[in-house]
Design a protein around this ligand. Structure first.
Ligand SMILES: NC(=O)c1ccc[n+]([C@@H]2O[C@H](COP(=O)([O-])OP(=O)(O)OC[C@H]3O[C@@H](n4cnc5c(N)ncnc54)[C@H](O)[C@@H]3O)[C@@H](O)[C@H]2O)c1
Ligand SMILES: O=C(O)[C@H](O)COP(=O)(O)O
Length: 531
């Protein structure tokens, strides 16, 4: 396999590259240079971005080899996650890496806007010792209205409690118990706006929140309120804020984020009662190291073809290391299922039994689906888009678990019913000899063959001379193992047997047809080595 190319499009901590390890080729381009980005993406297996690189549908489509987009930070408003999902590209972020830094910056901005610290410092540098001009207000005893009580909002609340502030929050999605534990009183937005001396915004930017603090909200604020936004630009309407600041209804604003970034020419920057920072919330050595390393580790896993449970567009639980080999194995079973069923209809049932059920096996359902769809869907199937592709084809999936795997320590079975009602199933286990895992059942026939590489199967009436006839038909195809399998006791396999073969190279269709003809096979199929 070629060394995967990881494209880094923004300034990331040096620890990020170290965490990517030696098995990747790191390339760089400026994510804000659209032409350079679109030119570099077709050769990238992974792209690492922060908030300034627009990974929209066009950029994702340009990344024809792309397997993963790593966002070294929280916000994903610059990544078109649905477009990535459709393209089978995993999206990973580092949702907690910079929250403490963002909360600490918010505390700094609250203090700065209360005490005019940047303005006073700038005046002093210009030679003006002006004490009364920069008289501020205390935080103690005032009410802080927190809009969005998620990770950062909560950290801000925890910190501002120690400034003796009364804490209100508006967040319709937060459980009252959580707020109470943080010492915050939940209110409606109107009440919060009317009562707060300071407002701080900690929402994601999305359709519902864009412009939330606009004309109407700013009409309802307590006169003289001071506002901090270190979340996302555009949640506070900049033109309306400008008007409110000019009027004095809002006494001051501290802004770390802007609707369009970089932003150096906003009229807001001309106002004395506005202080501003250039999107510095995550700008600490610690946050950058944490975000870069977390995302690099996820990217490595994704490039190794593993499930990354932290991926935002992946439907799975935690994946224990012990489950890793079962993922690839179950994918193989999924491929064999499709070859055996000669199609996919209705529902794919994934049964996991035995010791591995001690782990969260949700990912095995995805693995089976990925394998089952892989050979029949054009354009690449990944853990990410497999559920979507299945839904589009009307294919359902169900995972069932059982403690007891009967004669194996652990067993995975992938099965489904054909329109005729016939049930197709394939079962295998990783227990026992051989690294590839063993195929132990095919449609009720008990086999014991290595699963992997190329295989061929013929279902035919029992009788003498089967092996010789098949051997003669396959001619020069090297046969590593051949078994005549009989139906398991409870299986409805009639008087038929299954000839199952491990072969050294794919069996050409015409040779398999010839073999089938010679033994009156009712069905024959093959599985080629996975690409
Ligand atoms: N300035 C920076 O550098 C910086 C750094 C980190 C994060 N951020 C931004 O800060 C914001 C908050 O980050 P977080 O990690 O706390 O996110 P989070 O998801 O933990 O919290 C967001 C909260 O907003 C609430 N919410 C969503 N829609 C709402 C609505 N319509 N009304 C009220 N509440 C609503 C959610 O219930 C959630 O509790 C994000 O936009 C993130 O991108 C900025
Ligand atoms: O969403 C985030 O993580 C912050 O806004 C930080 O963005 P940045 O990585 O571009 O600094």
């Amino acid at each position: 396999m070629d060394t995967p190319v990881v494209l880094i499009t923004e300034e990331l901590s040096p620890a990020t590259v170290t965490a990517l390890g030696p098995g990747t080729e790191v390339r760089r381009c400026a994510g804000t240079d659209r032409a350079a980005l679109l030119e570099a993406l077709p050769e990238a297996d992974a792209v690492l971005v922060r908030s300034a690189t627009r990974m929209d549908a066009e950029a994702i489509a340009a990344g024809t080899r792309l397997k993963v987009i790593g966002r070294a930070g929280v916000g994903l408003d610059n990544v078109d996650v649905p477009a990535a999902t459709r393209a089978g590209v995993m999206v990973v972020n580092a949702p907690t890496a910079n929250v403490v830094s963002a909360a600490e910056l918010t505390v700094g901005l609250l203090l700065a806007v209360a005490r005019n610290i940047p303005q006073a410092g700038a005046a002093l540098r210009e030679g003006h010792w002006q004490r009364s001009r920069f008289t501020g207000v205390e935080l103690s005893g005032k009410t802080l209205g927190i809009i969005g009580l998620g990770r950062i909002g909560t950290l801000v609340a925890q910190r501002m409690r120690h400034f003796d502030m009364r804490l209100l929050a508006y967040d319709p999605y937060v459980q009252p118990g959580h707020a109470a534990r943080t010492g915050v009183h939940m209110t409606g937005l109107d009440e919060l706006l009317a009562e707060s001396d300071f407002l701080t915004v900690h929402l994601p930017r999305m359709a519902e929140t864009a412009g939330l603090i606009g004309f109407e909200a700013l009409q309802r604020v307590k006169p003289g309120v001071r506002l901090v936004n270190a979340a996302r630009g555009g949640i506070v309407d900049e033109a309306e804020l400008y008007a409110a600041l000019k009027e004095g209804r809002v006494a001051g604003a501290a802004l770390d984020v802007f609707a369009a970034e970089p932003c150096t020419d906003s009229p807001l920057l001309e106002l004395d009662n506005v202080i501003a920072t250039p999107h510095l919330g995550a700008g600490t050595t610690e946050a950058q190291a944490r975000a870069g390393v977390a995302v690099a580790q996820s990217v490595r896993q994704a490039l190794a073809g593993r499930c990354v449970p932290e991926a935002v567009n992946l439907r799975t639980g935690t994946v224990d290391g012990e489950l890793d080999p079962w993922l690839a194995f179950t994918e193989q079973l999924g491929r064999l299922f499709t070859a055996t069923a000669a199609g996919l209809r209705g529902k794919l049932l994934v049964k996991v039994a035995g010791e591995i059920t001690g782990h969260d096996t949700t990912a095995l359902e995805l693995a089976a689906l990925k394998g089952a769809l892989g050979s029949v869907v054009e354009g690449g199937v990944s853990y990410v888009n497999a559920p979507l592709l299945a839904r589009e084809r009307g294919l359902g999936t169900e995972l069932v678990t059982a403690h007891d795997a009967v004669s194996h320590r652990s067993l995975v079975t992938v099965s489904g019913a054909l329109p005729s009602g016939e049930v197709v199933s394939v079962s295998g286990t990783l227990d026992g000899p051989g690294p590839a895992g063993r195929l132990v059942e095919v449609c009720g026939f008990a086999v014991d063959l290595a699963l992997g590489g190329s295989m061929a199967f013929l279902r035919a009436p029992a009788g003498p001379g089967l092996v010789g006839a098949v051997g003669a038909a396959l001619g020069g195809v090297p046969v590593d193992a051949l078994q005549i399998a009989h139906g398991a006791p409870a299986a409805n396999t009639g008087d038929e047997v299954l000839l199952a073969l491990n072969v050294g190279r794919p069996v050409p269709r015409e040779l398999l047809d010839d073999a089938a003809l010679r033994i009156d096979a009712t069905r024959s199929w093959s599985l080629d080595r996975a690409a």
